[in-house]
Design a protein around this ligand. Structure first.
Ligand SMILES: *[C@@H]1O[C@H](CO)[C@@H](O)[C@H](O)[C@H]1NC(C)=O
Ligand SMILES: *[C@@H]1O[C@H](CO)[C@@H](O)[C@H](O)[C@H]1NC(C)=O
Length: 169
């Protein structure tokens, strides 16, 4: 009886505050701000809402996704500390649409994630268009999968006939 009671008291305690005994604070790390977008005063940097960042394998640059604006940027790190990072538009026109072509024409619809290959091409899970897009180094955008189907589904096969979920990454 006593141990049963103890058992149920413990369960209650765990249910009310499950995380309290599970924090493991590991010391020895340092945090520093690399880029503060609030400090930029001119476009495009001052309207970027960073959502995801992936390094370009061939350089020190990063590819940055502004998911709110459905737009991609590249970030170049300065050669010395007194210079600012450079933010360049890569692809997307700040509108949630579906258009391929040149950097300024192309548009995406709320992509959440992307990958980069060794040549610097960016592959985008264009979530609300249900397709996979490719952005080349010049910012030219094409649709490489789901272009025929363009609907929610789980179809495999030739890429343009394939379909994806609306939360795929
Ligand atoms: C990107 O694609 C466009 C259109 O096909 C082409 O004109 C351009 O040269 C390509 N850029 C690179 C870096 O491959
Ligand atoms: C892929 O879609 C196209 C366009 O709808 C269609 O003509 C073609 O037969 C499809 N291919 C397959 C393998 O389903």
């Amino acid at each position: 009886m006593a141990s049963l009671l103890l058992g149920s008291l413990l369960m209650v305690a765990l249910a009310i505050n499950p995380a309290s005994s599970k924090l493991v604070l590991e010391e020895g790390y340092t945090v520093s701000t690399v880029i503060d977008f609030n400090k930029f005063s001119s476009p495009p940097a001052n309207r970027v809402h960073p959502y995801a960042i992936v390094p370009l394998l061939s350089s020190r640059d990063l590819v940055l996704l502004d998911s709110t604006g459905s737009t991609f940027y590249t970030l170049s790190f300065p050669s010395s500390e007194d210079k600012e990072a450079e933010i360049k538009h890569l692809s997307g026109n700040d509108k949630a649409e579906f258009l391929d072509g040149d950097a300024k024409v192309s548009s995406f619809n709320k992509p959440k994630s992307f990958a980069v290959d060794e040549a610097g091409n960016v592959y985008v899970a264009d979530r609300m268009n249900y397709v996979i897009r490719k952005i080349n180094r010049s910012g030219f955008t094409t649709t490489i999968a789901g272009g025929y189907s363009r609907k929610i589904g789980i179809t495999d096969g030739p890429a343009q006939n394939a379909s994806f979920a609306n939360d795929f990454e």
